[in-house]
Ligand binder design. Sequence first.
Ligand SMILES: O=C(O)C1=C[C@@H](OP(=O)(O)O)[C@@H](O)[C@H](O)C1
Ligand SMILES: C=C(OP(=O)(O)O)C(=O)O
Length: 462
Amino acid sequence: MLLKVKKLSEIGGIVKAPPSKSYTHRAVIISSFANGESTLHDPLISQDTLASIKASKCFGAELEVIGIPNSYGDEIDINNVSKNITGHDKVSINVKGTENIHNYSSNAIDLMNSGTTLRIMTSIAGLADNGVIFTGDSSLKTRPMGLLLEAIKPLGGDAVSIEGNEKPPIAINPGFIGGKTSIGGNVSSQFISSILIAGAISKLGIELEVKGDFISKSYVAMTLDVMEKFGIKIDSDLFTKHDDCDRDLKKSSSATFKISPQEYIGADYVIEGDYSSASYLLGAVAIAGGEITVKNLFKDSKQGDKLIIDVLRRMGAKISIGNDSVTLTSSGELNGIDIDLHDAPDLLLTVAVLGALANGKTTIYGVRHARFKETDRIAKCAEELKKLHCNVCELEDGLVIEGGLSSGTVNSHSDHRIAMAFSLIGLKHEIAIDNGEVFDVSFPNFIEAMNEIGVVVYLDNS
Ligand SMILES: O=C(O)C1=C[C@@H](OP(=O)(O)O)[C@@H](O)[C@H](O)C1
Ligand SMILES: C=C(OP(=O)(O)O)C(=O)O
């Protein structure tokens, strides 16, 4: 389906950021393997988080999504999510953690498009008393797993790529008992989150060393954050200072983690707003000009994608930050910048589109790992920008964008972030995005949220 965009005369206003995808995954999975019951308030219900709900249920956890009309079990109709709620604040998930980890599914479990679910659940599945196979859509079958499969071996982990290409489908046997291991940090932080989340409840606990370049480190900070909220004590040098708001996220620093065997304790947990999704709302007003306040974005958040604030400020927008909101004012004139996205890979496409519409050159670097996502986002972004006659070239770890866009049709390659980021081009040039319906992977009410700020985004079936 084609995603198309029309701008009303004025855009902006006050809007709530959708709930964080990464925090929802973690809260769903951790509460599912906790002792006792949990209530997760304001979770993101999207295709990706449904994969985590489904996988956790397959291992015996009981999860009930409250507040979405016509929802029943795994079969939540994602169209109802987008049509019936514009904010998710009346939604919650009641979770009863499972006492025995056992795979109750007789078939391979289809994790659809969700890399986070695949990676985190691979270690958890090794704690079960029987085997499982994880598979997914054609994109998930391209996601690298090799470093994780190797790193869990010294922990008793027995997981193999069925096709022998270090990618899903992955067959996992029982045996993950914990112990000591190390892993390279330059492919995906999800491997590290996976080992930590399962390691904490394994027989021996976990000692993990991350070696070399450690990308997307803030996602591991989010993992530790949720683990701690569910009762786990962690010894780690991830932060240079004890005050973890004042973190040193230097590019090339390794880290160590030590966690004795413990149990997760069920909790009441509120999911904060998502800076990655908010980047499209803030970006739209930065491009078109106007003022917007995005609520549900916390000043002290551990999300690396908070970097969107610095990006937009450096490009020329005025930004003021409240404790739980961000207000942006823009004239619509933006300037190119140089930016390192090693800790915020999901901003790549938003920043690339902003750069393509800005005056002067934008250089994005440090984000080679964006090549291992739903698509090779560096290559696909360059390919699609070129279709709009943009002057862009690929770096191994980023993009150099000199702008010069015109109208045209692009393809999302079924990557939700390509669809949403490229829709922002519609504020300046006519654009149609083929396979544009995939935003429900992370932001099911994207259309409604954009409409709320005066950008008419719609799907054209004709
Ligand atoms: O752990 C997470 O929730 C995520 C980690 C990041 O992946 P990498 O660590 O592979 O960069 C990010 O891109 C992804 O969208 C979500
Ligand atoms: C890469 C992403 O997610 P995942 O790794 O969970 O598929 C994303 O949301 O951009």
